[in-house]
Design a protein around this ligand. Structure first.
Ligand code: ADP
Ligand code: GLC
Length: 492
């Protein structure tokens, strides 16, 4: 019998609340699983901005949930445009406030994040055990990132329980809190052990997921291997190696309904692989919008992402003076670190008409850069999967990426051989250094000077299929395997 009822536990979901790729995945994976005729339901905190953006909601349950002092209410809504149920954890003291899901308006972590995501995980446990009076018992609970880690740990303590899958989207964010916090969270004392939540004297939420899940997955095969090494394991490599027989990598997909240049309502001129000659109209519009010199012949490099060390914006900034010795333009869209923003502002001031940036979050600009740029640069130091390089391929915007994580799994480096075979889709560099980045960009710019070769590269990229269908089948199989493992370990 196939696993049918799945509770998907996530702290963000597009278009309701988003800080990164987890939101995209949390919308498109459940849709793809639903298309496989599974009954998947989503659990999400009732953040103030989510409550403000959805219509009327129905309250379906109320229950006490330590460490929340007031009863928690469960509200039901739907993922926009679908019949997939979203259950919102309404605990006003924890989630109904201005600011982001994890950070306050001052840009710092909410001081009560440990309490907030303990309440969230407790609710996941209650629903997983069908103890909220809903008469719906999931066979599997699929938790994501540190915010859902405790749910896995809490569920593991029940003799008869649903299977648990824990997906790591980014190992660097671990939900680490001081040891004193543990007592405030009213958690079962036995979870505090070096084989449990304790991590060098602190409490680690992500460790709850990794140590106790029946299966662990991450978002690309390459990252699944990398996180078992000291370089990428963020201190958890030994535990991950120990559990490597339970660890798999499944590549994220792109939602091609949203990211398709032939149908994209947010771009200036639509096009497809057979009408690539229309793409430059998007470049002109972008150059105009950003105040760059309007010139179709100058290669335009785009970058989009969180301004964080992970994404390697600093590598690009170090390479910039040398890069700009040749005709090339750069557009950056990002938000995050104030320091990186300041450095980028300086670059914009130093190279007027050639470098431009927009700071903040803009879905429309993200689509317009994907459509208008010639080259998409992603020099991430590490990248569990990465979505923008996948979107770039579909938009015929050739990616230049560091060989790491999902970037290595999705881009095929242009070598003599791959060009001859017709499998090349971009340019890859091996070391996260400004020099290596420059060398890869130089290769890309040289190819851009040969219009036929460039067009071929863009065309091959546009034919690549990284949709959710294939990944959803892999998840469905993984759900099956996870449930079998959970059944095997049950007492009696
Ligand atoms: P991560 O989850 O590490 O941030 P991903 O590549 O998986 O990286 O996903 C990032 C998602 O967020 C993409 O959909 C990307 O377009 C979007 N994004 C990131 N920064 C911005 C921004 N400033 N404006 C609009 N979209 C952004
Ligand atoms: C994380 C990763 C990113 C991945 C996304 C969705 O935020 O940094 O590489 O694509 O999660 O899984």
């Amino acid at each position: 019998m196939s696993v049918n009822k799945i509770l998907f536990v996530t702290s963000e979901i597009h278009p309701l609340i988003k800080t990164g790729g987890l939101a995209d995945v949390s919308a498109s994976l459940p849709k793809a699983i639903k298309a496989l005729r599974r009954d998947i339901r989503i659990l999400l905190p009732a953040y103030r901005s989510v409550l403000a953006s959805i219509g009327p909601v129905q309250e379906i349950a109320t229950f006490t949930c330590p460490p929340a002092s007031e009863p928690v209410r469960l509200l039901e809504t739907h993922l926009p445009g679908t019949s997939i149920k979203i259950w919102l954890v309404h605990s006003p003291a924890h989630f109904d406030r201005d600011g982001g899901p994890y950070l306050g308006p001052d840009g710092h972590d909410w001081p009560d994040n440990a309490e907030r995501f303990t309440v969230f995980s407790r609710v996941a446990e209650t629903l997983g055990m069908d103890q909220a009076g809903l008469s719906w018992r999931p066979e599997l609970v699929h938790c994501n990132d540190w915010q859902g880690g405790l749910a896995v740990a809490l569920l593991s303590r029940h003799a008869v329980r649903p299977a648990t899958l824990f997906t790591i989207h980014n190992l660097a964010y671990q939900g680490l809190f001081p040891a004193e916090t543990f007592h405030r969270l009213e958690l079962p004392p036995d979870l505090w052990s070096m084989h449990g939540l304790e991590y060098y004297g602190q409490i680690s939420f992500i460790k709850g997921g990794i140590a106790y899940a029946d299966m662990i997955s991450t978002v690309s095969p390459q990252y699944a291997q990398e996180i078992c090494t000291p370089e990428f394991g963020c201190g958890l490599e030994n535990l991950l190696r120990h559990r490597s027989d339970r660890l798999v990598g499944i590549l994220n997909g792109a939602d091609y309904k949203e990211w398709n240049p032939a149908k994209d309502p947010l771009i200036h001129q639509r096009y497809n692989a057979f009408s690539l000659h229309k793409k430059p109209a998007n470049k002109t519009a972008l150059q105009q919008h950003f105040g760059l010199t309007v010139d179709d012949t100058v290669p335009l490099v785009g970058m989009i992402g969180r301004l964080a060390e992970q994404k390697g914006f600093d590598l690009m900034l170090d390479a910039l003076p040398q890069l700009l010795r040749q005709p090339v333009q750069l557009i950056v869209l990002g938000s995050g670190s104030r320091q990186l923003e300041e450095q980028l502002r300086q670059a914009v001031a130093t190279y007027p008409g050639r470098v431009a940036a927009h700071f903040g979050y803009s879905e429309a600009l993200a689509h317009q850069i994907e459509a208008g740029a010639d080259i998409f640069l992603m020099p991430s130091r590490y990248e569990p999967c990465g979505l923008n390089q996948i979107y770039s391929l579909r938009y015929g915007t050739v990616p230049v990426v560091h060989r790491t994580g999902g970037l290595a799994n999705t881009v095929v480096d242009a070598t003599d051989e791959t060009l001859r075979r017709g499998s090349a889709t971009g340019f890859i560099f091996d070391e996260p250094t400004p020099a290596a980045l420059l060398a890869a960009l130089d290769r890309a710019l040289a190819c851009h000077r040969q219009p036929r070769a460039w067009k071929r590269l863009a065309y091959v990229g546009m034919q690549q299929e990284f949709g959710w269908r294939q990944s959803a089948h892999q998840y469905a199989e993984l759900y099956q395997r996870t449930a079998a493992l959970a059944t095997a370990r049950k007492p009696g």
